[in-house]
Design a protein around this ligand. Structure first.
Ligand code: SME
Length: 286
């Protein structure tokens, strides 16, 4: 996932001017600047495009289908009735993410239905410009899952699978400052492999720390502010937030993916969903 086309539909050229109480004060140029800066930090190439015309957007999607690895599209009002755009999204055979600045489910009745949703891999709405940034992350995560899945299918080796997973995550997500995998051994978690600063917590009793809590509860935990969580065992004083995702082999927790970030509140549902898919792929190796 390297090349991404970002498409804005009708009336988005008037962003900042048009109904600012709904769409905010940010102009499209400001929004594109945020998207471009974020994409660069993630090592992505992007092509940004806006049009008020249905056919022009469809032509653009057709033209970009050989270059792009994925698409982020805010189809604006076309969302609700353009079967032609829906068919174009299906035709290009790329992962496409539907983005809306506002939460279209909380607005007029006619905006509640999307004719493109079933041909898009995800929909992000009501997050303002951040929805586009999350969509870029989602596409990167989509690529990571696919690469990990291919690698696991090829080697079918646990050690290689765990290392590939950590490498891919650390390499593709700059906000992941520390990425590692712990495996369950008896009533402890033992650090198997990691990228980042060495951790003083190579063995963690199940039930202790955020890591041990996730295994005991058999569910993922997101800690948006580690300093406010009494369970947190510090690995580095720079860490601000953490996500821990158990790896299941059948009903049994056999390990977990642990990610730290130096950014506060770095993890959201998209990270959880992507990391849980990675854990599911790894679970097949146990
Ligand atoms: N923070 C973890 C300990 C592991 S280090 O972050 C690598 C915890 O609270 O369990």
């Amino acid at each position: 996932m390297k090349n991404i086309a970002v498409v804005h539909g009708p009336n988005l050229n008037l962003l900042g001017e048009r109904e600012p109480e709904v769409y905010g004060a940010m102009t499209l140029a400001d929004l594109n600047q945020e998207v471009t800066t974020f994409a660069q930090a993630m090592g992505l190439e992007i092509r940004v495009f806006q049009s008020n015309s249905e056919g022009t957007i469809i032509d653009f999607l057709h033209e970009q289908r050989k270059w792009a690895d994925g698409v982020v599209i805010n189809p604006a009002a076309f969302t609700h009735y353009s079967y032609a755009l829906r068919d174009a999204i299906a035709a290009i055979g790329l992962p496409v993410i539907e983005v809306h600045l506002s939460n279209i489910l909380e607005r007029e009745e006619f905006r509640r239905h999307s004719v493109v949703a079933d041909v898009c891999v995800a929909r992000l709405m009501g997050l303002g410009y951040r929805g586009y940034l999350r969509a870029l992350e989602h596409l990167v995560g989509f690529g990571v899952r696919k690469e990990l899945d291919n690698q696991v299918a090829q080697s079918n080796d646990l050690d290689t699978g765990l290392k590939t997973c950590v490498n891919l995550l650390k390499e593709r997500f700059p906000k992941y400052t520390w990425a590692g995998i712990y495996l369950v051994e008896g009533d402890e978690l033992v650090l198997h492999n990691f990228i980042g600063k060495p951790s003083p917590h190579e063995r963690i009793p199940i039930g202790k720390g955020v890591c041990g809590a996730a295994v005991a509860a058999e569910e993922s935990i997101i800690v948006s502010d580690v300093n406010a969580d009494p369970r947190y065992l510090a690995c580095s004083i720079e860490t601000k937030s953490e996500i821990v995702v158990p790896i299941f082999a059948g009903p049994q927790v056999v390990g977990e993916i642990d990610i730290d970030s130096d950014q506060p509140d770095a993890f959201h549902e998209g990270d959880r969903e992507m990391l849980e898919s990675c854990a599911e792929i790894l679970g097949k190796l146990f």
